[in-house]
Design a protein around this ligand. Structure first.
Ligand SMILES: NC(=O)N[C@@H](CC(=O)O)C(=O)O
Ligand SMILES: [Zn+2]
Ligand SMILES: [Zn+2]
Length: 346
């Protein structure tokens, strides 16, 4: 008898869809399985104002193939010039679900991010008042800080001071990669949540660097040592409220990944649910997959759980494409390095 698993339809609380030809190619990969996703605003130029977010949402919906349903949850890219009133209006109209903080220079397309955190104090206070979450790329950028320590230093030197100075501010630590972040989130109370990516549940830093350099495993924050990966698996499979899926699926063309200065980002939209089922099965935690992918995220954002369901079936290892084609060039699909026995039934 085929083993199946039916769960409420999942959401992705951290997703890069890009724009134009890339958007058209990657959107179906997410919409096939996910009902909603938090859409990252790091376009070039970034999505900074409510008007830009509305136009981007329209482009996403226009790119959605007929017959698919998907509700993009828009975000604004926080800059030192962000107007608190524009943010509040975009929130009040239901357009945006969160504001995204990129420390300037921390990651892909973050040049317009925040360098002086005092300059965004007014926006953060307004967000705390209206209950609008701040999604945070949690890495410092100071050149003297080792790249493997950047998340830990960010928590101590930036995030914790911001949270203390702005009581009531709701924060999502995006794509956490360390046991220290897991501990910090666990101790943070109801106003603090964290997304965990698919790839950080699978790879550690050896996967990037041993036996040659593997550009398709390079992402930011960079994967850490195995003990940290285990802490992330423990958090994700705990079903505990603050932890939910944000794939950070971040497509870059192969030409830009397999490059002397390769871009950061793993493209996981295509096979994320199959990979997660495998990870949870190994932990004997399949019964907690639904909390991680379908329940904890909406609970944090104050949204209903999706009514529809998806069913996964276990069988012989299933195939997925090595890469998807886009008019900008091919994009390699994340290879977890183990066979995938679970597939999502159509
Ligand atoms: N995660 C990544 O490595 N890259 C993301 C940006 C981000 O989420 O930091 C991207 O936009 O490509
Ligand atoms: Zn990021
Ligand atoms: Zn991201």
């Amino acid at each position: 008898m085929t083993q199946t698993l039916t769960i409420q339809r999942p959401d992705d609380w951290h997703l890069h869809l890009r724009d134009g030809a890339m958007l058209a190619a990657v959107l179906p990969e997410t919409a096939r399985h996910f009902a909603r996703a938090i859409i990252m605003p790091n376009l070039v130029p970034p999505v900074v104002t409510g008007a830009q977010a509305m136009a981007y949402r329209d482009r996403i919906l226009a790119a959605l193939p007929d017959g698919m349903s998907f509700q993009p949850q828009m975000t604004l890219y926080l800059t030192e010039d962000t107007d608190p009133e524009d943010v509040a209006a975009a929130h009040a109209s239901g357009l945006i679900r969160a504001v995204k903080l990129y420390p300037a220079g921390a990651t892909t397309n973050s040049a317009s991010g925040v360098a002086n955190f005092d300059r965004v104090r007014g926006v953060l206070e307004r967000m705390a008042e209206i209950g609008l979450p701040l999604c945070v790329h949690g890495e410092v950028t100071a050149p003297e800080i080792d790249i493997f320590d950047r998340e830990a230093v960010f928590i101590d030197q930036v995030l914790d001071p911001i949270r203390r100075a702005t009581p009531g501010l709701r924060v999502v630590m995006e794509h956490i990669t360390t046991s220290g972040a897991v501990d910090y989130v666990r101790a943070g109370g109801d106003n603090l949540g964290a997304t965990i990516t698919t790839h950080h549940l699978v790879i550690n830093r050896n996967h990037i660097l041993v036996g040659g350099i593997h550009p398709h495993y390079y992402c930011l924050p960079v994967a850490k040592r195995e003990t940290h990966r285990l802490a992330l698996v423990d958090a994700a499979t705990s079903a505990d409220k603050p932890f939910f899926l944000g794939t950070d699926s971040a497509p870059h063309t192969d030409a830009l990944k397999e490059n002397a200065c390769g871009c950061a980002g793993c493209f996981t939209a295509t096979n994320t649910l199959s990979i997660l089922a495998e990870v949870f099965e190994r932990e004997d935690a399949l019964d907690r997959l639904e909390a991680f992918v379908s329940r904890n995220g909406p609970a944090f954002y104050g949204l209903p759980v999706n009514r529809e369901t998806v069913t996964l079936a276990r069988g012989a290892p299933s195939a997925y494409p090595d890469r998807i084609q886009t008019d900008d060039g091919p994009v390699t699909v994340f290879d977890p390095g183990f066979p995938l026995h679970w597939s999502v039934l159509p």
